[in-house]
Design a protein around this ligand. Structure first.
Ligand code: ARG
Length: 607
């Protein structure tokens, strides 16, 4: 209904100007463009759309929202283009306008959707005038675990949210760079190499001699020595300097360690079916000096206690003093912020060989909000953001255990992602075997394995994505694997249910526009929801909130189940009616499949 929404917006603008000839000038005085705020109706009983803009117009026009709404209605009712699309609009509450589309208009849209594999979602490249901007890449910086450290549930969240946003942007036709900004540089390597030199020296030169297995354990040992032993600490620092100055042995050791971690990370990405281009912190090493020079030339650098910093504007620290971002430490070393500034320069193409992107999206936990606010401000003040360029931090909350505390194993350790995914799949297999037994079904081991894997991974992904990302969420296997509620298994089951119906009857053949005919309220409610899909995708693209898509798909599934349970489909006697109902089944399945696919979740035909 995207096109219809656009048409309604235009009609509303024209109507407003007709009802209030000087409205544009009056609104301009408030520094805002005229906007009637047409949104999807917040409740089905309000119709399809609602207009909220009467409230913002009240002041400039010097009239009550109700008066404005009534005046608009009078004009709209006389407009033939409007009455072709909509039923008689109504003023609701203190001045909203509720708009309901006509049945024939919805039927036409349904027919269009049946023939459109994109289900109404336009490609930006088809967008005309703005296509130049649209051809510039968008960078999604996500996942980004740290070498030799745990890849934890926070990285899982970043991985799933980032992948979903990338999928939606890709589907919209943007060129997306999926960058894995892995922490592959810095003090952790000094400790690790120094420690390994003592306990497993061969591992630093030849990967085949010693199996480093889980580097995380070595890292923990090294860290504890670093924290308690000044001699070890000094040796580690020296090792970092060697690495940064390019000493061969140190470089080689670093390379081996990175390869080791990379292998571990890759097994997780493979299981989740997630594509990423690794471009770690070390990549920006050659560009760090330039950050200092550039900031210095702009007179933004201040030396404070030996460190070179930029003091932030408008972001205050303790005691109301300006907050510094350290760009170069007193020992000459660079840090996380320096790398991120070099990355911004590279990504926006301040550095000629860079990416030339015009939008960069960072998906990390909310704990890094201040970090990003700081470096974004510095980039802006330094003039590194191109015209129309955007830097966006997409923050998310913590993943908690069922007890509401930080997610831990029973023994109190950090949960390893590999174990977590294994457990989800194992539990899905147990549930499935039990269900097969209850239903008296015989299935092959290959079938059980494939279905359990799909359900298990889908459950973990969906549980994460269906939460408003800003809030913390509780990780709960039982809840996420349940066949009831807002869960992946519930949605997957609807797809399976429809696949079963369509196996018996395929409606793709012989469908002509006038063959569609809907009679029952359950059908209309379902169709209205189906047709909102394109609007929802555009909303998610703008607000970067995957949970909106999840909620939409959940509501769609509920409406489908109500329709299918209450309205005869295969048993409908009239052909025209049966075909229309089967068409609704197909549209529901197509929408669910595409929607789940954009969440990174593949669907099944049987489960
Ligand atoms: N490695 C970081 C972490 O584990 C995340 C990096 C996010 N991206 C960035 N450009 N800073 O928290």
């Amino acid at each position: 209904m995207l096109e219809i929404a656009q048409e309604l917006k235009n009609l509303l603008l024209v109507a407003t100007e007709q009802a209030f000839p000087d409205v544009v000038n009056l609104v301009k005085a408030y520094g805002k463009p005229l906007d009637l705020h047409l949104t999807i109706a917040s409740k089905p009983e309000f119709g399809d759309f609602q207009v909220n803009g009467t409230f913002t117009l009240a002041k400039p026009l010097g009239k009550s929202p109700h008066q404005i709404a009534t005046a608009l209605l009078n004009v709209l009712e006389g407009n033939s283009a409007f009455s072709k699309l909509c039923e008689k609009p109504v003023v609701a509450g203190p001045g909203f306008i509720n708009i309901t589309l006509k049945g024939e208009c919805l039927q036409k849209e349904a027919y269009k959707a049946l023939l459109d594999s994109r289900l109404g979602i336009p490609k930006v490249s088809e967008g005309g005038g703005e296509s130049q901007i649209h051809s510039l890449p968008i960078i999604v910086d996500f996942s980004s675990p740290n070498i030799a450290k745990d890849m934890h549930v926070g990285h899982l969240r970043s991985t799933l949210i980032g992948d979903c946003l990338a999928r939606i942007l890709e589907f919209r036709g943007y060129k997306v760079l999926r960058l894995n900004h892995v922490g592959d540089w810095g003090t952790q390597f000094g400790m690790l190499i120094t420690h390994l030199k003592e306990v497993a020296p061969a591992a630093l030169t030849n990967p085949d001699v010693v199996d480093l297995g889980d580097l995380v354990t070595f890292y923990r040992e090294a860290k504890s020595r670093f924290d308690n032993d000044p001699i070890f600490q000094r040796a580690s620092r020296e090792e970092v300097v060697k690495l940064q100055s390019g000493e061969l042995a140190a470089r080689q050791a670093w390379q081996l360690l990175c390869d080791q971690s990379r292998k571990e990370f890759q097994t997780i990405y493979d299981r989740l079916n997630i594509r990423l281009t690794e471009r770690g912190e070390s990549f920006y090493n050659p560009y760090l000096e330039d950050v200092i020079t550039a900031l210095d030339n702009l007179n933004l650098l201040v030396t404070d206690a030996g460190a070179r910093c930029v003091f932030l504007e408008g972001i205050k620290g303790k005691n109301d003093t300006a907050l510094p971002v350290i760009i170069q430490k007193s020992d000459g070393g660079f840090n996380y912020s320096t790398t991120d500034l070099a990355a911004i320069r590279y990504r926006f193409g301040v550095i000629p060989e860079g990416d030339g992107a015009n939008r960069v999206i960072y998906v990390t936990d909310a704990g890094q909000s201040n970090h990003f606010a700081g470096i974004f401000q510095i980039a802006r003040r330094a003039g590194w953001i191109p015209a129309g360029g955007r830097l966006e931090h997409v923050p998310f909350g913590l993943v908690q255990g069922p007890d509401g505390k930080k997610l831990k194993t029973r023994a109190g350790d950090t949960v390893r992602l590999k174990d977590l995914l294994d457990e989800a799949v194992e539990r899905a297999a147990i549930d499935l075997r039990k269900r097969l037994l209850d239903e008296g079904r015989q299935e092959s081991e290959t079938f059980i394995e494939k279905v359990a894997f799909t359900i298990g991974i889908a459950a973990v992904k969906y549980a994460d994505l269906s939460q408003n990302r800003i809030t913390n969420y509780q990780f709960n296997f039982d809840r996420m694997l349940s066949l009831n509620g807002n869960t992946a298994p519930y949605l997957l089951y609807v797809v399976v249910r429809i696949a079963g119906i369509l196996r018996k009857n395929d409606v793709s053949i012989n469908l002509t526009s006038n063959a569609l005919c809907f009679t029952e309220p359950q059908e209309w409610a379902l169709l209205r929801q189906i047709l909102k899909f394109d609007l929802i995708i555009i909303e998610v693209e703008q607000e970067l909130l995957p949970n909106r898509l999840c909620m939409y798909l959940f509501e769609l599934s509920q409406l489908f189940n109500r329709f299918y349970d209450q309205v005869p489909v295969l048993k409908a006697t009239e052909t025209e009616i049966r075909i229309s109902r089967l068409a609704l089944c197909r549209l529901t399945a197509d929408t669910l499949k595409l929607g789940l696919n954009l969440l990174g979740i593949p669907t099944l035909e049987r489960m």
